[in-house]
Design a binder for this molecule. Structure first.
Ligand SMILES: [Zn+2]
Length: 452
C-alpha cells in the first residue's frame, strides 16, 4: 500500500534538527521546545471543506457543540492530555480511551475562529492543494509558537468509527501534528503516532503509543502526584461546581473555552477561585462570553507544567446534575455483602428515565424501594433505615433475581400520592428487603439530585 507522508514540522531552525533530538534505542525524538502554560490553547478554523472532512455528524457529549473537522482536531489534541477526557469516549475503534498522556501536559480547546493566524496563534486550518504526498504540516518555531495546516486535496474522513480504505483519517493526522506542536519529532517506532507516515484507512495513530507517551513524559515529566485533576462537574443556574483533587486553597484559575471568533486564543479565566474540602471542590459563577460546549481546566498556584489540570468537557447550555452521593451506609446482609444501590438512566426530570438498581442482595426476596427527603438513621431489622425525620414513600413491591439484582424504573409521572419530584430537588432512596432466614435489611441510601 502506498504510504502517504505526514510532513515533518517546518521549523524556523534547520529542519535537520528534528532528527537529532532522539536516540536510536528509543523511537521517539524530541524537538527543542515545550509549550508553556500560556501556549496550551488551540483553536480550529473550520475551513477544511474537502470531501469527507466533516462527515462525522454524530454528537459526542465529550465534544459538545462540535462535529467534523473541529471535533477531529479536539480529539487529536486531548488524546495527549494527562488523564481521560470526560469518560474517554472518542475513539471507538480501539480499546484505549482519549486522554492517554499521563504527563504534566494538557491542552485547552479555545473554540473556532475564522482566522488562519500566524505562528503562536495555535490555529488548525485547511489550505488548498495536496503538495505531493503531504497531508498536513505543523509550523513551529523554537519558542513553541505554532499553527497547523491540512491540505484540501485529500479524501479525508473523521469517523468516529473506522474510515474507508481510500480515506485519510483526520483524527489520526491531527493527533500526529499536535504531537509536533507540543514538542515531539518523528519516531522510529513504526506503530507510534509520531511515525512519519500513515496509510489510507489507518486509524491507529488516533491512540498514542507507549513510545509517544515516553517522549511526552521526557519533555513534560510524568504526571505529578500533586497535579490538579478534575473528576466531575455540576452546573445549576449560573453556578459551576468543579470536583477533583489537588486544587490550591486559594488563587486557583478556572479556564473556560471562549465563544467562537472572540479573543486571541487566551482562555477566558476566572481568577482567585478558592477551594473547599481540602482542595477537592471549587465553586464559581460562570462568566458570559464562553463557548457553552467546551473544556474547563483549573490552574492551581504556580506556573510549572504540573500546575494545570486535565481538560474536562462540559456542555453548559443546560444544567449538569451533581452525581448521586451516599448518605447512609449499609450493614452486611444475609449474603455477607453490603446491599448496594445506584441509578442508571439520567437525573433529568423531563427525560423521566431514572432507574433504581439494587445489587449484592439475597436472591428471590421481596423488597420495596423507599424514597423521601429525610436523612435520619435508625436500626430496623438487620440494617439501617435512613429516611427518618420526614415523610417517606413506598414504591411498588419488587423481587430480587437469581443474581441478587433488582431494578425499578422510577416513573416520575406516577409516584405514590404526595411524592412529587421537581427539578432542583434532591431525593433520597434506599431498598428495604427481606433477608434469607427471616428479618429484613436495607441497601445503602443514596441522595439523587434532579435537574432538567
Ligand atoms: Zn510529522
Amino acid at each position: 500500500m502506498k504510504l502517504s507522508l505526514i510532513a515533518p514540522p517546518m521549523l524556523a531552525l534547520a529542519a535537520a534538527a528534528i532528527f537529532t533530538g532522539g536516540s536510536t534505542t528509543e523511537g521517539y525524538a524530541v524537538l527543542s521546545h515545550n509549550l508553556s502554560l500560556s501556549q496550551r490553547d488551540f483553536r480550529v478554523n473550520n475551513n477544511l471543506t474537502a470531501s469527507g472532512a466533516n462527515n462525522n455528524t454524530i454528537a459526542d457529549s465529550n465534544f459538545p457543540d462540535s462535529s467534523g473537522f473541529v471535533m477531529a482536531m479536539w480529539k487529536g489534541a486531548v488524546e495527549w492530555s494527562s488523564t481521560l477526557h470526560g469518560d474517554g469516549h472518542g475513539d471507538p475503534t480501539q480499546s484505549g480511551s482519549l486522554g492517554s498522556g499521563a504527563a504534566n501536559f494538557d491542552p485547552s480547546f479555545q473554540g473556532e475562529t475564522n482566522q488562519i493566524g500566524n505562528l503562536g496563534d495555535n490555529i488548525c486550518s485547511g489550505l488548498s492543494g495536496s503538495s505531493g504526498g503531504t497531508l498536513a504540516f505543523a509550523e513551529i518555531n523554537s519558542s513553541g509558537n505554532w499553527r497547523m495546516r491540512f491540505y484540501q486535496g485529500w479524501s479525508w474522513a473523521d469517523g468516529p468509527a473506522g474510515v474507508g480504505f481510500s480515506e485519510m483519517d483526520l483524527q489520526s493526522v491531527a493527533t500526529h501534528e499536535y504531537g509536533h506542536c507540543l514538542g515531539l519529532g518523528h519516531s522510529g517506532t513504526g506503530a507510534a503516532t509520531m511515525a512519519p507516515s500513515v496509510s489510507p484507512g489507518q486509524v491507529g495513530p488516533r491512540s498514542i503509543h507507549p513510545d509517544d507517551i515516553a517522549g511526552l513524559q521526557t519533555i513534560y515529566g510524568a504526571a505529578s502526584a500533586t497535579k490538579p485533576i478534575i473528576s466531575g462537574m455540576a452546573f445549576i443556574g449560573s453556578t459551576l461546581t468543579i470536583t477533583g483533587t489537588n486544587f490550591s486553597t486559594n488563587g486557583n484559575e478556572v479556564w473556560f473555552t471562549r465563544e467562537n471568533n472572540v479573543g486571541s486564543g487566551v482562555p477566558l479565566k476566572v481568577f482567585n477561585a478558592p477551594s473547599t474540602g481540602n482542595g477537592t471542590q471549587i465553586v464559581v459563577t460562570v462568566p458570559s462570553n464562553i463557548r457553552l460546549g467546551g473544556d474547563i481546566l483549573v490552574k492551581k498556584i504556580g506556573s510549572s507544567h504540573s500546575a494545570l489540570s486535565n481538560p474536562y468537557p462540559a456542555d453548559l447550555s443546560s444544567p449538569i446534575c451533581p452525581a448521586p452521593s451516599t448518605i447512609c451506609f449499609a450493614f452486611n446482609n444475609s449474603t455477607g455483602n453490603l446491599g448496594n444501590l445506584s441509578i442508571t438512566g439520567s437525573q433529568n426530570v423531563a427525560a423521566n428515565d431514572t432507574i433504581l438498581f439494587g445489587s449484592q442482595l439475597p436472591t428471590g426476596q421481596f423488597g420495596i424501594f423507599l424514597m423521601g427527603q429525610g436523612a435520619t438513621a435508625s436500626f430496623v431489622g438487620n440494617g439501617v433505615f435512613c429516611l427518618g425525620g420526614s415523610q417517606f414513600y413506598r414504591l411498588p413491591i419488587v423481587l430480587t433475581d437469581q443474581f441478587g439484582f433488582v431494578t425499578h424504573a422510577l416513573d416520575l409521572t406516577n409516584l405514590p400520592q404526595g411524592a412529587n419530584v421537581v427539578q432542583g430537588e434532591t431525593w433520597n432512596f434506599q431498598l428495604w428487603h427481606r433477608e434469607n432466614g427471616g428479618q429484613s435489611n436495607f441497601t445503602k441510601t443514596i441522595a439523587v439530585p434532579f435537574c432538567n
